[in-house]
Ligand binder design. Structure first.
Ligand code: HEC
Length: 138
């Protein structure tokens, strides 16, 4: 026999909201992880944002993205990359930090098989320069 409490819809709603709050808190914890996993070199060490901006130009990212500081056709295939430094997630799946941005740029479909952004065949060095540039956009 159920108690009055467990049968009350208000109570069930409260329990559900509690669970959602816990999940959201867990999500916040994830974003506070250290910028790069232990043992990994800092992805931005020696990275040059000015070189990064030139690379965004030469890789033709503006074919799909509007990028502040880089001339292009104002394409909207992908999201505009303005305020990239303030974005919570990369591609909607990885918490935004330098390590994950490099990871995304190197191989977006490896991060999210359904993404429309292709693997651009980028070197790790180029991905680090581009990441340094994107993180100046705030
Ligand atoms: C063929 C089109 C295309 C090209 C070329 C392209 N992208 Fe993307 N990009 C996308 C799409 C579409 C998304 C959204 C992906 C998603 O959320 O799954 C995306 C997402 C991103 C994101 C994550 C943005 C966010 O808010 O989550 C970054 C950063 C990014 N691209 C950078 C670049 C850079 C730098 C280049 C050039 C080296 C580039 N892209 C080239 C289509 C493209």
């Amino acid at each position: 026999m159920h108690s009055r409490l467990t049968r009350s819809p208000a109570c069930r709603t409260a329990a559900l909201l509690g669970m959602i709050a816990l999940l959201l808190l867990a999500g916040c914890g994830e974003q506070r992880l250290p910028l790069s996993p232990r043992g990994q070199p800092d992805p931005l060490e020696g990275a040059d944002p000015i070189r990064g901006r030139q690379l965004v130009d030469s890789y033709g990212c503006v074919a799909c993205h509007t990028v502040p500081g880089v001339r292009g056709p104002s394409s909207n295939v992908g999201p505009p990359l303005e305020k990239m430094a303030l974005r919570g997630y990369v591609g909607g799946v990885l918490p935004n930090n330098p390590y994950n941005l490099v990871r995304w740029l190197l191989d977006p479909p490896a991060v999210d098989p359904r993404t429309a952004m292709p693997n651009m065949g980028m070197s790790t060095a180029d991905a680090r320069h581009i990441t340094a540039y994107l993180l100046t956009l705030d």
